[in-house]
Design a protein around this ligand. Structure first.
Ligand SMILES: [Zn+2]
Length: 134
């Protein structure tokens, strides 16, 4: 399957049970576009990797899936910041519980020349910080 927004490849990943409530439709699987970072429904024709290689999308993602998966979800949900504020906050907590600096990782994604993010990552991160008083 390809991205509904830009047609690039998508990377599927399993969502751990404790994070599923923060995913649209409480889905156990999700996918992110390797180019524009839009969150997508997973590819139904391809198995979702249990150990997703989100670093193949960008080295801005943490190597550890325990941090990379909530990171990918949070970045995807930032497309609708006001609507998803609580979910993003919970996901950011999950990322930072793994010892990863969320803001720094977002900035690394924004600086990745291979990516064409659909949203202004740094702008959204700042807005998020203002909304939540972080
Ligand atoms: Zn895309």
């Amino acid at each position: 399957m390809n991205c509904v927004e830009c047609g690039d490849r998508v990377v599927g990943f399993a969502v751990p049970e404790e994070l599923q409530e923060h995913v649209p439709e409480d889905s156990p699987v999700a996918a992110i576009c390797a180019n524009c970072l839009t969150l997508q429904p997973p590819d139904e024709d391809e198995p979702t990797p249990g150990d997703p290689d989100l670093q193949s999308v960008s080295e801005g993602f943490p190597a550890d899936p325990a941090a990379a998966v909530p990171m990918a979800l949070a970045v995807g949900l930032m497309a609708s910041l006001a609507l998803n504020r609580q979910q993003i906050a919970a996901l950011v907590e999950a990322v930072e519980a793994e010892g990863v600096d969320f803001a720094l990782s977002v900035d690394r994604l924004a600086e990745d020349p291979e990516l064409r993010p659909a949203i202004d990552l740094v702008g959204r991160r700042r807005q998020f910080e203002q909304l939540t008083g972080r």
